[in-house]
Design a protein around this ligand. Structure first.
Ligand code: ADP
Ligand code: MG
Length: 254
């Protein structure tokens, strides 16, 4: 079983001609088959954690390690991370002009599987996955994220996750901006992948509402650049009732 291990991760970003430390020592282990929720107030550094693991050039790792089965993830190119079985869905997905969803998915699947998927089974796979997510077949011919609504972007991410079958998936605010129906469909998609037992999921969220549909095995509270408390699903109930105030007292959380 694949294991993603984050140890003492410190990350800085350049802002306004100064260097700001955003992550201040994150420790977290996610194993294939497990679902972890990272919850925390806005500005606490949750997306920075996702970007850092994804290899976004804006974020400088100043200390600590990220490994997948002992392999140094931070040394890998973005492609190598995907081939190693990591899937990262960002809070603000980028547009890929001139590349259709259908081409994008097939190219990604080819890169990750090491060979092009057989056309006939592939077309069926995509069709089934899109139907399950209540996506219009015409969607496959649109350019990636170009003019996509919030809900379409998130559905597209889950479509990728279902087809690419990662070992470790990091989903940043997959629930934000979704209406109740879209939230349920997207959650069902995550649960379908999860039920295979072959993915370790790191679900990053500000709100507790997605956790009504996806039951995490572990919940971590994130505040001011680090995990300040970890527990089981009951911790999410506590956060829903009490909010983050107990964790942000005296801090400068936006
Ligand atoms: N690229 C960036 N440039 C400047 N500041 C950033 C950048 N990315 C993150 N930050 C700052 O780091 C802090 C954490 O942001 P972020 O990781 O987006 O938090 P969250 O996802 O928990 O809301 C915020 O104060 C934010 O302004
Ligand atoms: Mg964020």
């Amino acid at each position: 079983m694949a294991t993603l291990e984050i140890k003492d991760l410190h990350v800085t970003v350049e802002a306004d001609n100064s260097t700001k430390e955003i992550l201040k020592g994150v420790d977290l282990t996610v194993k294939q088959g497990e679902t972890h929720a990272i919850m925390g107030p806005n500005g606490s550094g949750k997306s920075t954690l996702a970007y850092s693991i994804a290899g976004h050039p804006k974020y400088t790792i100043t200390q600590g390690t990220v490994t997948l089965d002992g392999e140094d993830v931070l040394e890998m190119s973005v492609d190598e991370r995907a081939r190693a079985g990591m899937f990262l869905a960002m809070q603000y997905p980028v547009e890929v002009p001139g590349v259709s969803v259908s081409n994008f998915l097939r190219t990604s699947a080819t890169a990750i599987r090491g060979e092009a998927p057989k056309l006939r089974t592939w077309v069926k796979e995509v069709k089934t996955a899109m139907e399950q997510l209540q996506m219009d077949p015409a969607f496959a011919e649109r350019n990636v994220n170009e003019g996509f609504s919030g809900g379409e972007k998130k559905r597209h991410e889950i479509l990728q996750m279902e087809l690419l079958k990662p070992k470790i998936a990091i989903l940043d605010e997959t629930d934000s901006g979704l209406d109740v129906d879209a939230l349920r469909q997207v959650s069902e998609g995550v649960n379908r992948v999860r039920e295979t037992g072959e993915v370790g999921t790191l679900l990053i969220t500000h709100y507790t509402r997605i956790l009504r549909y996806i039951k995490p095995d572990f919940v971590h509270v994130f505040s001011q650049g680090r995990i300040v408390e970890s527990g089981g699903p009951e911790l999410a109930d506590k956060l829903e009732a009490e909010g983050y105030e107990a964790y942000t007292k005296g801090g400068a959380s936006a």
